[in-house]
Design a protein around this ligand. Sequence first.
Ligand code: NAP
Length: 258
Amino acid sequence: MLTSLDGKSALVTGASKGIGKGIARVFARHGAKVLVVARNLDAAEATAAEIVAAGGNASAFAADIRELDTMEAAAAAAVDRHGSLDILCANAGIFPQAKIEAMTPDQWDEVIDTNLKGTFISVKACIPALKVSGEGRIVITSSITGPVTGYPGWTHYGASKAGQLGFLHTACIELARYGITVNAVLPGNIVTEGLEGLGGDYLKTMAASIPLKRLGSVEDIGYAALFLASKEAGYITGQTIIVDGGQILPESLEALNA
Ligand code: NAP
């Protein structure tokens, strides 16, 4: 049983839906005060209201992870409303598909700007408050796609998600002096609004390719993030946890179905 997050203040980007919403729900159930961050304020407020209705402590803030000033304002709001900022979940991201031959430089830039530069900006904006916390935790949502696997149409996405791990390996050293840990969760295929947008055929084929024979839930990722944000994970930094139902392991269809 992990120590609860009672009294801890968490900022979760991309928490209006999908994996971020799952993380926010799990953290709130375990005592954290959660700032739900996304660009669409109505959607963020709806998520915060759901968490409050379930007995948790949450409120919403509109910010774009590509813009340092709005992320600094989000970090300041977490401190104003909750008295501190102890945990950043840099989760927001996008995954549009385009094969290299058809991809425009603008499409490349949009994904790298959001997923990779947005991670840097989210972390940078929160460092001053996390330093004050003294036991700061940063949990980045990367992916198996890029760091471990590949999928046609996602060269930009895979590069952004692998890039997050390159960022993590040095960020954890730079921030260790402040007692801040930096780790990442690498989800496999998780049922979210974003993933459902890829279509029923994609979801069915993916579920069949996973040893546990199901897609992951947002709470599966929420619990991995909860561990990395916990007091008990205080000596873990610069590390990754793959949460994918075993998806990356079968070396062939025969291995999967034997
Ligand atoms: P999702 O359902 O599409 O939700 C994305 C969230 O990010 C929304 O809250 C969205 O809100 C927010 N967002 C997007 N761009 C933003 C920006 N520029 N600034 C602030 N917020 C922004 O996506 P998801 O499936 O939950 O994915 C979440 C993260 O998990 C991503 O980093 C993704 O790469 C990673 N991941 C997902 C899967 C999966 O299977 N679902 C697998 C591996 C990794 P607004 O649009 O209102 O801003």
